[in-house]
Design a protein around this ligand. Structure first.
Ligand SMILES: *[C@@H]1O[C@H](CO)[C@@H](O)[C@H](O)[C@H]1NC(C)=O
Ligand SMILES: *[C@@H]1O[C@H](CO)[C@@H](O)[C@H](O)[C@H]1NC(C)=O
Ligand SMILES: *[C@@H]1O[C@H](CO)[C@@H](O)[C@H](O)[C@H]1NC(C)=O
Length: 127
């Protein structure tokens, strides 16, 4: 089911608020946090049973929580944005972020990342 959905999304990358990245390049996943508030905690995760991939807590950034993303993540602790470098096809999935501000309010965002590469048939774009 998820595979079918992702295949459909591949045909129309960039639509429905998806983020598009290119194989071997970098991409920024936006937390869409409120820039006027100070962030004290960030948790980026994947899957519905959350697996943390990057966190910021007590002023400590941890971006090496999962081997799949080892040395490829950079977390911006002031914006909550997550940069993924050297993109792989297996990075194509849905990411969630939970932001906690010093006002004790929270913010959630989900980002669907689409990874495209040289092998994409560009005829799919015009229809
Ligand atoms: C991602 O954002 C950082 C700033 O947080 C910037 O330095 C970097 O160039 C951005 N990367 C891409 C691929 O836009
Ligand atoms: C950001 O936070 C400020 C202060 O709480 C609030 O006034 C403003 O409406 C928020 N902006 C957005 C886009 O949520
Ligand atoms: C975080 O993002 C902001 C806004 O894009 C940028 O000014 C700042 O340099 C970034 N910080 C890091 C550590 O990349």
């Amino acid at each position: 089911m998820l595979h079918v959905v992702l295949s459909l999304l591949l045909v129309v990358p960039g639509m429905m608020g998806n983020t598009v990245g290119y194989l071997g390049k970098s991409v920024n996943l936006s937390s869409e946090s409120n820039s006027t508030l100070k962030i004290i905690k960030i948790e980026w995760s994947i899957f519905s049973n959350p697996t943390w991939i990057a966190t910021y807590k007590d002023n400590v950034i941890n971006t090496n929580r999962l081997q799949q993303f080892e040395n490829r993540l950079r977390l911006n602790s002031s914006t909550g944005d997550l940069e993924i470098r050297d993109l792989k096809k297996t990075d194509e999935m849905e990411y969630s972020v939970l932001i906690k501000y010093d006002t004790e309010t929270q913010h959630n965002n989900k980002v669907k990342l689409i990874v495209t590469g040289k092998d994409i048939n560009y005829n799919h774009y015009s229809y």
